[in-house]
Design a protein around this ligand. Structure first.
Ligand SMILES: [Zn+2]
Length: 225
């Protein structure tokens, strides 16, 4: 999967976020963008899109505004605390856009992303605890958002209800008890792990699956010897 990563103002290519994507097997195009001239940065980003045809464009802060303002009809956008009120003219995004933002961001208000998500019917996920979104959880959600299938009609219906940290339950195959488990979907939309039933102690293989509509399914099967 090919990702065009547009860095923020006074940031440089090769930061923690694009590096995390590269380490997880994504091909990342990470151009140096002019800090002072937004129009120039826009031309650079547009030229990169034209040359590489990325499936996903990630834009961080001012880079988010760049991502919103280039013509990229086929790419899915993943925006990190996008500074769309500070730069550029675009004030809407495609409904399959995923926006990541922290309520504790003291550079770009979280409310800007709430407004953008609401007006565009895009998906807003609250992650991290600052403007950089370079913490472990934010990086995992960023990776997850990039890898999510770019279906054009499904994502709008997630309606920011993706349960990032919730509970679910499964029926133990051995004793039939309903077991509640905590969910951490920052670990990915598809997870498999082994857990001992807290009631009867039999080992179960737990499968957790979230589809693009945010529907969750949790199933368990006995572990094979
Ligand atoms: Zn059991």
């Amino acid at each position: 999967m090919k990702v065009l990563f547009l860095h923020g103002w006074h940031s440089v290519p090769g930061g923690v976020k694009p590096t995390h994507l590269v380490r997880n097997g994504l091909e990342v195009i990470n151009p140096k963008l002019d800090d002072d001239d937004f129009e120039q940065a826009l031309r650079t980003a547009q030229a990169c899109y034209q040359e590489h045809h990325p499936e996903v464009i990630v834009g961080s802060s001012r880079g988010g505004a760049l991502a919103m303002n280039i013509k990229a009809p086929k790419a899915k956008l993943v925006l990190l605390c996008p500074a769309w009120k500070n730069w550029g003219r675009a004030n809407r995004v495609k409904s399959n856009t995923i926006i990541l933002h922290s309520r504790l961001d003291d550079v770009i208000p979280y409310q800007d992303s709430e407004e953008l998500a609401r007006e565009s019917q895009a998906t807003l996920l609250e992650v991290g605890h600052d403007h950089r979104l370079a913490d472990e959880q934010s990086l995992e959600v960023l990776l997850w958002a990039c890898k999510l299938p770019a279906s054009t009609d499904g994502l709008s219906e997630i309606d920011q209800q993706v349960p990032l940290n919730e509970e679910a339950c499964y029926l133990c195959d051995s004793c039939g008890e309903e077991i509640v488990i905590p969910l951490d979907l920052t670990q990915g939309a598809s997870q498999t792990y082994v857990e001992d039933c807290p009631v009867c102690c039999h080992a179960n293989i737990i499968h957790v699956q979230v589809d693009v509509r945010g529907n969750l399914s949790v199933t368990a099967e006995p572990e094979q010897d």
